[in-house]
Design a protein around this ligand. Structure first.
Ligand code: MG
Length: 158
């Protein structure tokens, strides 16, 4: 088995969609970034690449590459999943946390889990997405940033 860990942070700005785990959340603020800035997909992608010891999201999808401007981050995570299968692994489980001061994410968590499960070709029962706030502290707490962290366990695909 292999274990991987990934984190990500994006600045929140007005006039950008807020995409988290492939779900567009109604909000006046969205995440700024070269791609669609989906912080959860970026953290999970990095966790899978980390488990495989295959570098990080930036080494596969440079933020200087025009191809990835406003790109759907599902493309990044699906590529990490392809490398996972190529290496002879499948998802054991994923456990992720998204830190955002507002709006509340809990009502959207099951859709995120199902989006991740679909793209990773696994069952939503193996995908955990937790939502926290920054308790008013730091960049997240002040509503200036969104952050995510993810752990992934890969198991041999028999
Ligand atoms: Mg990112």
């Amino acid at each position: 088995m292999r274990i991987g860990f990934g984190t990500d942070i994006h600045r929140l700005v007005e006039g950008r969609p807020l995409l988290i785990g492939g779900v567009e959340i109604p909000s006046a603020f969205g995440a700024e970034g070269h791609s669609d800035a989906d912080v959860l997909l970026h953290a999970v992608t990095d966790a899978i690449l980390g488990a495989l010891a295959l570098g990080d999201i930036g080494s596969h999808f440079s933020d200087r590459d025009e191809r990835w401007k406003d790109a759907d981050s599902m493309v990044f995570m699906r590529e990490a999943a392809r490398l996972m299968r190529e290496g002879g692994y499948r998802i054991g489980n994923v456990d992720a946390t998204v830190d955002l001061e507002r709006p509340k994410l809990r009502p959207h968590v099951d859709r995120m889990r199902s989006n991740l499960a679909g793209a990773l070709e696994t069952d939503a029962k193996r995908i955990s997405v937790k939502a926290k706030t920054g308790e008013g502290l730091g960049a997240v707490g002040e509503g200036r940033a969104i952050r995510a962290a993810a752990c992934v366990l890969l198991e041999p695909a028999e």
